[in-house]
Design a protein around this ligand. Structure first.
Ligand SMILES: [Zn+2]
Length: 508
């Protein structure tokens, strides 16, 4: 049996806050879904646990090494250009709307996206798909971008452009809001609703489609506001934002004739792209890599290499990737040691061959050093998904245990696969560095979320998402261990469409 799928993504919904709120009745719609179906409280995000890369993973089922989106900021060596998606989707006026539209709407969903999206895979198989404000929307159908007058007047903003998305594509005031049958979707636009990209707009479109029984066979509805608010006040104080999403979902299901009726032919999957980790309220919670690396010649922030530059810092909130123009074993080790001078730096991570090893990955921390590689012969251990790894060094560096051949992670869930999942990307920096819980990286001109919350690192506080499934052809039980790369295969399984990955497959 197959059914429709409605995938709801609430940005940064953090299970240690959201799951207790569900269980105590603060989120009644989600509670009903979890009671009818199943809830997982610790699905593991990718690394870096940051929105552009993590939402790309949800919609492709791939790690960054495969989909090509290496975080929120990276350097494309072949083109000598920085891809920059901002600290946050919504702090875009600072960088300019033109940059946002060109880099995000056009490039991320154009040549930078290397893996097929669910929209493409589903519509190629003859089924219908729709996107409500999800910012990774690459698909097979052309849509005209319409710039609201206020934005069109800004420098660098193209007037109209054709983008390719699913057959039903609604991106606020910019794209669509018409169903394939010509019906205009109700949305809330204008500057006050972030040009139709806020939760109220997504909720209104979802309710409109549900009330007319007009949802495509696969629909993604994206609710961004929680991430925005939680960055400022932390995930606990941001809970009212999730409560409003819960209420909007309840209204959409009511408009469809009630939840039970809705779930007869539609499986609902609800998840987030990453969690949020509190950033302490005093200025010493900020890590300044530009100062720690003051003895190295740094590329100007956001600019391509100059001949004399040694390092380029690409900030990703609680993680940072560092490109090294002429990488040698000596300079990698020196950079690692210089960054670890700050006690708030957690892991410094690089490919082992950069410092004279053969293959695999090296992690250096204040707690010791560990090296690991895929499918090695000696010291082979097996992770929760059947992935096989050899390792040596101190397990405390990534806080794992080995029991016989079984690898058990504690504070850094599924760390080996997630590290490999970004370091294997050719556009990835030579080094990734993470901040300890409570701390965040800051670059000149940027602003850390002091006293709020942030994400990007390997730690479980950044890295866990809830998953709720109910109704339609959804499985009665979710697997004991889940990752965000399993969401796309789960959708395809419910739709009855073959995919190159199954839920729970080890990833190479
Ligand atoms: Zn996010």
């Amino acid at each position: 049996m197959t059914s429709k799928v409605l995938l709801i993504v609430i940005d940064a919904a953090t299970p240690r806050v959201v799951c207790p709120a569900i269980q105590t009745g603060h989120l009644p719609t989600m509670r009903r879904l979890a009671e009818i179906g199943d809830m997982h409280q610790a699905s593991v995000a990718i690394f870096p646990s940051i929105t552009p890369a993590a939402t790309s993973t949800i919609i492709t089922g791939a790690y960054p090494a495969e989909h090509g989106i290496a975080g929120a900021s990276w350097f494309d060596t072949s083109r000598q250009e920085i891809a920059y998606y901002g600290d946050d989707f919504w702090i875009i006026m600072r960088e300019g709307f033109g940059r946002f539209i060109n880099d995000f709407l056009l490039r991320l969903n154009g040549d930078r996206m290397k893996a097929p999206t669910l929209f493409e895979m589903i519509e190629r198989s003859g089924r219908s798909a729709g996107c409500l404000n999800y910012l990774v929307f690459k698909g097979s159908f052309p849509h005209r971008v319409n710039m609201p007058g206020l934005i069109a007047a800004l420098p660098g903003v193209p007037f109209t452009e054709i983008i390719e998305g699913p057959s039903l594509l609604s991106l606020g005031d910019f794209v669509g809001t018409h169903t394939p049958t010509g019906h205009k979707l109700a949305e809330k636009g204008g500057a006050i609703h972030r040009f139709g990209m806020d939760d109220a707009s997504t909720g209104a479109m979802l309710k409109d489609l549900a009330s007319k029984n007009a949802l495509p066979e696969f629909t993604v509805a994206y609710f961004a506001d929680n991430d925005y608010v939680s960055h400022g006040v932390g995930p606990v104080a941001a809970l009212p934002v999730v409560e409003r999403v819960d209420k909007m979902l309840g209204e959409a299901f009511e408009a469809a004739g009630g939840l039970d009726r809705f779930l007869q032919d539609t499986a609902v999957i609800l998840t987030s792209d990453h969690g949020h980790c509190e950033v302490l309220g005093d200025p010493s919670s900020v890590v300044r890599l530009d100062l720690l690396l003051g003895n190295f010649r740094q590329a100007a922030l956001g600019k391509a290499w100059q001949p004399a530059d040694q390092v380029m810092i690409c900030p990703n909130m609680r993680a940072t990737q560092i490109y090294v123009q002429h990488a040698t074993s000596e300079i990698i080790q020196k950079l690692a040691i210089a960054m670890l001078v700050d006690p708030k730096v957690d892991q410094v991570i690089w490919r082992s061959q950069l410092t004279g090893g053969t293959s695999g990955y090296t992690v250096l921390t204040h707690r010791g050093r560990v090296e690991f590689a895929r499918d090695g012969a000696s010291h082979t251990v097996v992770d929760d998904f059947g992935g096989q790894w050899s390792w040596s060094g101190e397990a405390t560096a990534l806080d794992f245990d080995v029991d016989g051949r079984t690898l058990r992670y504690r504070q850094y869930p599924n760390a080996f696969e997630r590290i490999a999942g970004v370091l294997d990307l050719d556009k990835c920096g030579e080094i990734w560095v993470t901040a300890k819980p409570g701390a965040e990286f800051e670059v000149p001109g940027g602003k850390a979320h002091v006293g709020g919350a942030s994400h990007g690192a390997l730690h479980q506080l950044d890295s866990l998402s809830p998953v709720i499934v109910a109704g339609g052809a959804a499985p009665r039980r979710l697997p004991r261990k889940m990752r965000s790369v399993d969401i796309a295969p789960l959708c395809m399984q419910i739709l009855g469409i073959p995919m190159r990955y199954q839920v729970g497959d080890p990833r190479k």
